[in-house]
Write a protein that binds this ligand. Structure first.
Ligand SMILES: *[C@@H]1O[C@H](CO)[C@@H](O)[C@H](O)[C@H]1NC(C)=O
Ligand SMILES: *[C@@H]1O[C@H](CO)[C@@H](O)[C@H](O)[C@H]1NC(C)=O
Ligand SMILES: *[C@@H]1O[C@H](CO)[C@@H](O)[C@H](O)[C@H]1NC(C)=O
Ligand SMILES: *[C@@H]1O[C@H](CO)[C@@H](O)[C@H](O)[C@H]1NC(C)=O
Ligand SMILES: *[C@@H]1O[C@H](CO)[C@@H](O)[C@H](O)[C@H]1NC(C)=O
Length: 599
């Protein structure tokens, strides 16, 4: 019996390393991955891909390490098993995007996918997942095997701390916040230190992310802390100035931190006492107390439904975040490193948020919204101070309502609201960032994805090309046998081109479909992707034809980026708008808290 016990013990410690497992020595020790043979009937490429999962880049951020900058992983003895995903970071349950990976506060892992093509200078792409800085992981949805195999790049997908674990700030040195960003920075440092051991080129690192991952990527690009850690960035439907993902109000931060404390038995006078106490609270309790959907934090702080849906956003910590991102972008006061950028959004970003407002329409084939409902809900979409400024609210209607049909009883406002939301949160911040980075000397490539996927993530046709629908195309879910996600022929054409654009950009800084010096074919000429310049404003329409267009939402973006700030300055922000009755407002408020959670 004793010997069986020992065998089991050894096997759990070291996993099951077998003779032909790929073993790589990183700075902190050896890891044993596994071999995946990539092949698919729709592509000629066959590749062996070495997969390393659950590789720790930091010490588990537990106990006294909670609410502190991450510590690099201490060395281990022997060969560490790296064949399965590490646990996802602790997060609340979100029915629309359920997380079915096991969770733990011990979650600072990364996953590495390495194509075997006999080169030791592979470009590296580091994926920062989305989920409002509250949800998600670098795990099963982001298997990098197809991108690695078809694009000949190394893909690294990282986990980082979420919710209060990642971002709780007391507005002082006792909890300075932004731990999730510091995790991302340490993971990038890990890539610098170790990726050569996998055949990667540490001078050719592209960070890319969707939604909160795009937001994070631009925060990192603006940060004084990331010199030399990466060279290119792809911001998919998320930029640092996206409304709701930043706080510079220290009193507000303290109030929320103490509110959280109250809910978990840490009612304390000072920040120091509070943070010490919060370090002893079970992770599940902190997670539950911080979930803006269950009303507890809104209740205890007296904010009710006014509680921002991201109670613990990034803050200025004087370290990884030096100032408000919107100010850095407006004033151009960020480090100019000549990074290459690819920036974009989808054509129907806002439709996902319509679903949150009208969950009863989930199974309808089309969606519509009447004028009364629209009038009740649209100001809340404006975000921040804009929603209580009547002049702004009226201007927004002027801009977006379809006035040709507005007198008709059955005029439809669904598209009006979807486009308004998409422009405020995604398209126009992307346009602004593209202009600023281009004018600061970066090469910028702008896109809009208009292709409507046959298989939507939420399986609802009317969502069209909505938020997050780019993910299956970028990661090639069609080619991932574990996901059972098949695409019809047109979508396969689009995903292959998108993957090529993304990986070309990572390799060369230019997403063009042509390879090196080869003569361009007619197809390649059509799908060339010119630089975004001011003036010029060229962008790529990600669709079957991959046409080049210009001036993406130019009027709408002038409205949001130029006109509205001026209007705010010249009008009285204390007037309250919206003519909705109380019942409609109440219905809306329930849904409003959920809106940010999907980003
Ligand atoms: C809000 O607080 C009150 C009193 O403190 C309590 O009775 C109620 O259950 C709380 N509601 C929620 C959703 O936590
Ligand atoms: C939509 O259809 C699914 C599957 O048939 C069902 O489970 C769900 O309850 C429906 N939702 C609504 C809002 O009708
Ligand atoms: C408008 O739509 C809402 C929600 O779908 C519905 O409850 C309301 O009765 C409608 N109002 C009118 C005037 O049709
Ligand atoms: C894979 O997807 C197809 C089509 O959506 C479905 O019919 C089938 O049951 C799925 N198979 C598995 C193993 O989930
Ligand atoms: C696309 O790449 C090819 C080959 O590298 C180059 O000749 C061409 O100028 C590029 N086109 C654009 C628009 O950048």
């Amino acid at each position: 019996m004793a010997s069986v016990g020992i065998v089991v013990f050894v096997a759990t410690l070291l996993g099951c390393v077998v003779a032909d497992d790929p073993i790589v020595e990183v700075k902190s020790g050896k890891v044993a991955g596994r071999v995946v043979e990539f092949a698919h009937e729709d592509v000629e490429v066959k590749r062996t891909v070495h997969v390393f999962q659950g590789v720790p880049y930091a010490e588990p951020p537990l106990g006294d390490l909670r609410f502190r900058a991450p510590k690099p992983k201490a060395p281990w003895e022997g060969v560490r098993d790296a064949k399965e995903l590490g646990k996802a970071c602790v997060q609340p349950y979100e029915p629309l995007f359920p997380m079915d990976e096991p969770q733990s506060e011990d979650c600072l892992f990364l996953n590495i996918y390495v194509p075997q093509i006999g080169s030791d200078k592979l470009a590296v792409m580091v994926w920062i997942h989305g989920g409002a800085l509250i949800l998600g992981s670098g795990g099963q949805n982001y298997d990098g095997t197809p991108l690695a195999a078809l694009g000949d790049v190394i893909l690294v997908a990282i986990n980082y701390r979420l919710g209060p674990f990642g971002f709780l700030s007391t507005g002082d040195e006792h909890s300075s916040g932004n731990y999730g960003f510091l995790d991302q920075v340490l993971a990038l440092q890990w890539v610098q230190d170790n990726i050569a051991a996998f055949g990667g080129d540490a001078t050719k690192v592209t960070i890319f992310g969707e939604s909160a991952g795009g937001i994070s990527s631009e925060y990192l690009a603006l940060s004084p802390l990331t010199d030399g850690l990466f060279h290119r960035a792809i911001l998919q439907s998320g930029t640092a100035s996206l409304p709701g993902f930043f706080s510079d109000d220290v009193a507000w931060q303290k109030m929320l931190a103490h509110g959280l404390g109250k809910l978990v038995g840490c009612e304390k006078e000072t920040s120091e006492e509070l943070v010490d106490c919060l370090r002893t609270v079970p992770a599940e309790d902190l997670c539950d107390a911080s979930n803006s959907n269950n009303g507890k934090l809104g209740n205890v702080t007296g904010l009710g439904a006014e509680l921002e849906s991201i109670p613990f956003p990034p803050v200025i910590d004087g370290n990884v975040v030096s100032a408000a991102p919107a100010d850095l972008i407006r004033d151009g006061t960020f480090p100019k490193r000549g990074l290459d950028f690819m920036i974009g959004a989808l054509a129907d970003e806002g439709r996902l948020f319509l679903l949150l407002l009208m969950p009863e329409k989930a199974n309808d084939t089309e969606v519509s919204m009447n004028k009364t409902f629209y009038e009740a809900v649209y100001p809340a979409f404006l975000g921040g101070e804009r929603k209580s400024n009547q002049a702004v609210a009226d201007a927004v209607k002027l801009m977006y309502v379809n006035w040709a049909d507005a007198d008709s009883e059955d005029a439809d406002y669904a598209e009006t609201l979807s486009q308004t939301q998409g422009d405020i949160y995604f398209v126009c911040p992307a346009d602004n960032s593209a202009r600023v980075h281009s004018q600061a000397g970066s090469n910028v490539y702008l896109y809009q994805m208009t292709h409507v996927p046959a298989n939507s993530i939420l399986r609802m046709k009317w969502l069209k090309a909505t938020h997050a629908e780019d993910l299956p195309f970028v990661f090639g879910w069609h080619f991932d046998s574990a996901l059972n996600w098949t695409m019809p022929e047109d979508d396969v054409t689009v995903t292959l081109k998108v993957m090529k654009y993304w990986t070309n950009f990572a390799k060369t800084g230019n997403p063009n479909l042509s390879d090196g010096d080869a003569e361009l074919t007619e197809d390649e000429k059509q799908t060339e992707w010119p630089l975004f310049k001011v003036p010029g404003l060229a962008y790529k329409d990600l669709s079957l034809k991959m046409e080049t267009k210009r001036a993406l939402k130019a009027k709408e973006c002038a409205f949001w980026n130029d006109f509205i700030p001026k209007l705010m300055k010249h009008t009285d922000a204390t007037q309250v708008c919206s003519t909705a009755d109380d019942e409609e407002k109440a219905k809306y408020k329930e849904e409003e808290a959920k809106i940010h959670n999907e980003l």
